[in-house]
Ligand binder design. Sequence first.
Ligand code: ADP
Ligand code: MG
Length: 449
Amino acid sequence: IWGQACAELEQSVGPNNYNHWIKPLRLTAIDEGAARFVSPTRFISDWVNRHFAKDIMAVLTRNGATVERLRFDVGSPAPRATAQAAAPAGQAPEAPTTRAPRTDLGAPLDPRYTFTNFVVGKPNELAHAAARRVAEGGPVGFNPLFLYGGVGLGKTHLMHAIAQDYQARHPSAQVLYLSAEQFMYRFVQALRESSIMDFKGMFRNVNMLMVDDVQFIAGKDSTQEEFFHTFNALVDQGKQIVISADRAPAEIKGLEERIKSRLSCGLIVDLHPTTYELRLGILQSKTEVFCAQQPDLEIGAGVLEFLAHRITTNVRVLEGALQRLFAHASLLRREITLEVAQECLADILRTNDRKINIDDIQRKVAEHFNIRLADMMGPKRARNVARPRQIAMYLSKQLTSRSLPEIGRRFGGRDHTTIMHGVRKIEELLVEDSAMVEDIAVLKRMLEA
Ligand code: ADP
Ligand code: MG
């Protein structure tokens, strides 16, 4: 049944998802509506549970098994014999769990976030080099390693890479990776269950502690306090600490001074915004991986360059765009040309382009027509003010994702019907008035520059 189910799943979730997430699973038993799987890592089973549970249940049910729930055991997929022995008896096998207690404390590591999969370029070379050194067992001066940078620039990726590389070098070491949010959650839970001594004990026993997105504990006083003690205890024992945040320690508001200064006493490195070259490198490397799995896939000339040029902020968004293109291509069995890419990614491209906001629009339009900015919001109805105001409304509708009521609020609390009227008026004028066409074109060019 699983063989047939797999064939159908490959169709329904796509070969890429299938190979990555579903293929590593082994079905061990179906028992009282629960399908039981062994998954090599907790990360994979969590992911599958979140994203593909419905598909799997549907396919199994279609193939004659009644399945309402999925259960996952984490362990090596080898003990098939157990499964076969157990399944006919209608009994779920004992979970061949290899989960050490520490995984309960930390968060699972993504097997794809390795150094090998990390593309190095100017903006991240320092962070990457520091991460490598720490994974090798860095010098004292690298403790703590503090990585910071904007969203989607690779902080979490580098932290997982450090954890996995270090763990591979030191199989018996306790490496604990978790987000600051999870740290707080565990702490509060320990307080509630009066198990704070266990909590302290577990944290004080690790060889490497990694806390992601530490800005989260800013303003959370008792959590900060506990974090500070944990931190000090580990540093005193010469244990490595790796921290990430969205900004430098000194810039994190609501974080105690003594914590800031402790965080700053090791090595601080930042991940800079990506450059065109780095984005292109990342796209090329992901495409190679994908094409190795799907050799008949064709990516037209200039497509990757186009993406690297247009999607500039967040590597996650860049990856998402590429994933979508691949899915599109493999479903429709079509070459990905520049036109296909533009069409298929229209929404992503739009939100990435349009970081234009209503303030910018109002300011630029007021300047262009030489009126006061306040008149954008004000009540004046004279044509020389009302028309530019309508133009600004029109541009706000076109260039931002704001709704009419939201735009209305920004224009001095006007009703959404007023905004709609303004937008329509400009649309009408655009048909008959070439000066209007010219004005709008100029303004758009200025705003999009
Ligand atoms: P952050 O934690 O800084 O918000 P992540 O580490 O989650 O960012 O990165 C977002 C996504 O982008 C991840 O899927 C990651 O693998 C990918 N990514 C970021 N930088 C790189 C890079 N230099 N090479 C390859 N993939 C990258
Ligand atoms: Mg992150």
